[in-house]
Structure formats: structure tokens, C-alpha cells
Design a protein around this ligand. Sequence first.
Ligand SMILES: Nc1ncnc2c1ncn2[C@@H]1O[C@H](COP(=O)(O)OP(=O)(O)OP(=O)(O)O)[C@@H](O)[C@H]1O
Ligand SMILES: [Mg+2]
Length: 480
Amino acid sequence: MSGDLLLVIEDEELLREELARHFRRDGWDVLVAASVAGAVEVLESAGPAPLVVISDLALPDGNGLDLLEERRARGDVAEWVLLTGYGTVPDSVRALRLGAHDFLQKPVSLERLELVVNGAARGARAQRTLRERSDSGQRRYPPEAFLGQSVLAAETRDLLARLSRLRITTLLIEGETGTGKGLAARILHHSGLRAEGPLVEVNCAALPGELLESELFGHETGAFTGANARHRGLFEQAAGGTLFLDEIGETAPATQAKLLKAVEDRRIRRVGGEKEIEVDVQILAASNRDLRVRVDEGTFREDLYHRLSVLTVELPPLRARMEDLNELVWAAVAEFNAATPTKVKVIPDGVWRKLRAYAWPGNVRELRNVIERSVLLATGPVLSDRWLSLPSESEPLRREAARDPTAMVISLDGRTTLDGIEASILSEALERMDGNVSAAARLLGITRQTLRYRIEKHGLAERGRDEEAGADLDDDSGPA
Ligand SMILES: Nc1ncnc2c1ncn2[C@@H]1O[C@H](COP(=O)(O)OP(=O)(O)OP(=O)(O)O)[C@@H](O)[C@H]1O
Ligand SMILES: [Mg+2]
């Protein structure tokens, strides 16, 4: 325990010195105070905080319990051992509520006090490690770690903050690949009520059915060939914390049935085991394909879906919140700058234009990869577009549009004029209708004459055939 700090608050000088001497011999660094004011001075000094405090209850300028209460309010986690004068009745309920470690009546035997102080020290040390561990998680994964200045990002952040204050049994995180499902899960765990427990992640797509089951639920000796030893599953390992089931949509039907039972009854059975084991975990499930669609297809159990989706966080794709590019790009630049001697400080407009024109089907992950490559290969402070190597700018947008036959893509790359946009809409409509002007006009919701006029105006005439001329007789409004 060398180096651990013990504070002795005692107004009787003889006792104070005796205690100090005794615990110094025991290896403690001992600080002393003779009054509440003296103790406050020690406790608020810049030095390390005491691990254990021994305090007299009745002090000349106040009461040890009041001091403890004040310290607790400030988040002090030291263990307190209180000494009471002979005949005083300690306010034990209040002391208990304040988390005092123990009460000892004076006169105290040093052996007894030493036992109590050692026990308190063990408790305080465990407390301290837990706190440090969860502090570092909390520092790295507060809701603010979900970056972005768009309304969508702000809403997501708020939702994550609100959810992390709730007792969650199950929650579903949905979003395309790279939208931050893993990040959201870490935020929910580390900012949540179970931050001090473990966070156990499992990718359900990475393991075939039976293996996944024995991973999740554990197995007993001889449950299957090769199962030589009893194995605690991830449910048990996550006890008191969070189990993050990534890509839950990929689980086999048999596993889904077991998951449902685990989620509903909070009980599991090891593979090859008889007895049911109670598990206390918060379950976060993630899916990058619409689980609802899988339910409709019949590949995902509807009851499990309903059970999981009581609370849902939907992460928006990056292309729906392009305002976030700025913050995300600079955050990634700062991160990857740390790994190179050449620090990127400037991102030219041309690069921004390319980044904005791209649809980012791989979302934030893809963006980070592109920035990482560009920063690592940079030869000076200016980020070059040489290493962006984005697939032909409008390519993914077109692919996106192809899923929706009524959609088309206009890239706003700064070169396009309004006239140019009109021309591209007309030619796209003509192209899709095989050059049939009447059909194209119907598609655009304008008359054939209007379309004819505009085709001429933009010099697209040679592409439009008018074989259906006269077919729609009520098309009689004049050119616009
Ligand atoms: N809003 C955000 N702010 C900051 N970083 C983000 C954000 N969204 C995602 N990231 C980062 O992008 C990377 C990809 O995110 P993550 O792994 O969480 O995505 P995912 O949705 O789990 O993807 P997949 O479905 O492919 O597993 C991570 O490095 C993550 O930290
Ligand atoms: Mg992920």
C-alpha cells in the first residue's frame, strides 16, 4: 500500500499522533488535521486525494458526518472510518446513506482499527480502478463523440444522451454500413448506467450458426465434439454490463429462437446444459440491413424483431447530412496527422467540391479511409486530391438513383448552370422514354409542346422522336 494516502482528522493530539505513527509504520502516507477547517484545507489542496479517512465525529468546529456529506457531494470516493466518543449515539442511518465504511467507538484498539482501515483501503482501491476505467471510457465515448453539425447528427446525439440515462434492456441500432453503429453502441455503454460493467461485442455474421450459439450461451463439457471444457458464454461474460450483438440480422433461425428466450426471460441455458442461468445484461443489437425487410421476407423472426425494436436508434447515412463533412473531415485529419510528420493544414476548395459531390455509400468509414490515405501520403500541408481516388464522382449517386426508377442525379459541382440542369433533366427524360416526346412530357408533367419548345431551345432536337404526335389531342397548350 506504499504511497497510499491516509487522512487522520482528530482533535485529541495524543490520539492523532499515535494513529499517525502507527499507520506510517504500516506503510501509509499519513496527513493529519485537528479540525474540520484543517481537513478541508488538506482535502482541497492540489495533492493526491486520500484513499481512506479516519475521522473523529465531534470536532471543535463541526461534525465529521457533515464533512463526509460535503465531500460526497463533491464526488469524493474515499472510504471513511468514523470514531465516536464514548456514549455518543452515532447517526448510523445517515452514515450508512453517506457510505461511511465503519464506526468505531473510542477508545479503539489499534489492531481493530488497522483491520477496519485495511478493509476500507481494499474497497477504495477497487472503487478507484473501476472509476478510472469507466472515466477513460466516458472520456472517449460521451454522446459528443458522435460528430456532426447537421440537425440529423444533433438529434442523434441528443437521443444517445437521453437513452444513456435510461435503464435499457434491449435496443436496436439501425443504419447503413459505416454510419456509426459500433460508435453508438460504445457511447450507449460508456455513457450509460452500466459503464462500470463489461462491454462485450460479438459479430453475429462472423460465426456459423452452432459456433455462434456456443459463443453466446456457452457450453458444458462434451456438449459437442471438441467441447472439452465447460465454457462461459458471452451472455455470462457480459453480466452487469452490455452485450452488443452486431449484424443480428445474420443469425440463423435456431439462434434467433434462443435469443428471443434470452431477451424475454433474461435466462439462458448453456449448450448441452440442463440448468437455466439468469443473466443481467443490457442488449444492444445492430443491423445494417432493414430488419423489417427481413421480417417481411421471413428470414428474421417477427417476435424477436418486436422485442428488440422497443427502442430504436436509426443512424442517418452521410449523404443525408453532408453539412457534417466539414467536422468529420477535420476530425479525421487531426487524428491521422498525429501519425505523420507532414501535418495537413489546408484543404483546397477543389478537394471539398469532390468530397461533396460524392455520395459516400460506405458512409463515415469510407470518408475516414479516404482522409487517412490522403493524409498519410501528403507531401506538404495542403491536402491533394491525388489520393482521394473517389469512384467517378456521380457513379455511386447513379447507382443510388438506379434503385429508384423515378429518381435522377444532378451533381452540384459548381460548374452546373440552371440552364444546364434543365437540359440534363430533359435529356434524361427523353432517354428513359426512348426518345418518345409525348411519354417524356408526361413523365415531366408538361405538355408535348412545351417539351418540344425546350428541346429546340437546348438543341436537343435530334434526340426527340415525335412518333406519337397527335396521339394526345388534349395536349393543346402553347409553348411556354
Ligand atoms: N458521427 C460520427 N462521428 C465521428 N465518427 C464517426 C461517426 N460515425 C461513424 N464514425 C466513425 O466511422 C467509423 C465507422 O463507424 P462504425 O464502425 O461505428 O460503423 P458501423 O455502422 O458499425 O459500420 P458496419 O455496419 O460496417 O459495421 C468508426 O471509426 C467510427 O468511429
Ligand atoms: Mg460496426
